[in-house]
Ligand binder design. Structure first.
Ligand SMILES: N[C@@H](CCC(=O)N[C@@H](CS)C(=O)NCC(=O)O)C(=O)O
Length: 310
């Protein structure tokens, strides 16, 4: 069963990054819509506790975090490449800034500017998740001029690159470098009331947004979450048992480990038996009564592996 299933929700910017990436690959995929707030009862059996969106499922293999999802898409479906310019390492390095600091600034801008429209539950949950225990979404309002100032500088860099190439970030072809910026622009445009006026200051960015939007999301079919859970239950992992012998932590196959996003505001730890680890990804086996045994994959950069977590 090699079908791509994406567990996501429409308003999620990181999910939009993966939806656009599926469009770059022009792939067929199945869409399972998950709730925006916990509990996420049909996601937890697959991830063992990881709550964020999106999550990709292929049979009994579950990919958490967009970094891990995009890497797996490139491995399984190499053509057309996410890296048409040939530059791969630099694009992954760029992702650490776009998905880290730049996304954080954009999230603060959107939450701070829309605080009066947010439901109390949503504001509390996202405040805890993105701002930590000492700040609330309302505190962001005082910081809005600074946040817009930071975004303006970043979009000036993007505008400069696009004017130079006349097309995409790294040249004449669309690639992951574009997707990494595009979802931030999309988020500002659709969720920030002043987003369209902000982006109108960057004409090359607006033309580039139109070109990427026209590429679409690939060939999408909706799927019920129960069907995705049945597929996981009926499938076996395709991931080999293999650990890098030069692993800096001396990780071993079958060892019980926990995985925690570095610097995250309270996501639960996922624990399981280690099955696979290389320099950039790792995978654990977890068991749930609804789906049996599934293999959950995480990136290594940005995640801490804890040994013997219990
Ligand atoms: N590092 C993760 C971040 C994912 C993330 O923060 N997603 C947001 C939605 S855009 C989220 O999960 N928010 C909380 C939730 O949906 O429960 C990735 O790249 O996938």
């Amino acid at each position: 069963m090699n079908n791509v299933i994406l567990h996501h929700y429409p308003q999620s910017p990181v999910s939009e990054k993966v939806r656009v990436a599926l469009g770059v690959k022009t792939l067929p995929w199945h869409s399972v819509i998950i709730p925006r707030l916990p509990p996420k009862p049909d996601l937890m059996p697959l991830t063992g506790g990881y709550r964020r969106a999106p999550v990709m499922q292929i049979g009994a293999d579950i990919y958490c975090d967009s970094q891990c999802i995009l890497r797996e898409l490139e491995r399984r479906f190499p053509t057309p490449s996410f890296f048409p310019s040939g530059e791969e390492g630099l694009v992954w390095s760029l992702s650490r800034w776009t998905d880290g600091e730049l996304l954080d600034i954009a999230v603060r801008q959107v939450l701070g500017a829309t605080v009066d429209e947010l439901s109390a539950d949503f504001a509390r949950d996202r405040g805890r998740l993105y701002l930590g225990p000492r700040q609330t979404v309302r505190d962001l309002q005082a910081d809005l001029p600074h946040l817009t100032d930071q975004l303006r500088g970043a979009f000036t860099w993007l505008e400069g690159s696009l004017r130079r190439t006349g097309a995409y970030v790294l040249g004449s072809e669309l690639g992951l470098g574009d997707v990494l910026f595009y979802y931030i622009a999309w988020f500002l445009r659709v969720r920030w009331p002043d987003g369209a006026a902000f982006l109108a200051r960057f004409p090359a960015v607006e033309a580039w947004e139109r070109a990427i939007r026209a590429r679409g999301h690939g060939d999408v079919q909706t799927m019920e979450s129960a069907v995705a859970l049945d597929i996981a239950a009926e499938s076996q992992t395709e991931t080999p048992e293999k650990i890098d012998p030069d692993d800096p932590q001396g990780l071993r196959c079958g060892q019980r480990v926990g995985v925690v996003p570095v610097g995250d505001g309270g996501d639960p730890v996922v624990c399981g038996r280690l099955r696979y680890a290389d320099r950039v990804s790792l995978a654990l086996m977890i068991t749930d009564p609804r789906v049996g045994e599934v293999c959950v994959h995480f990136p290594r950069v940005g995640y801490r592996v804890t040994r013997d977590p219990d």
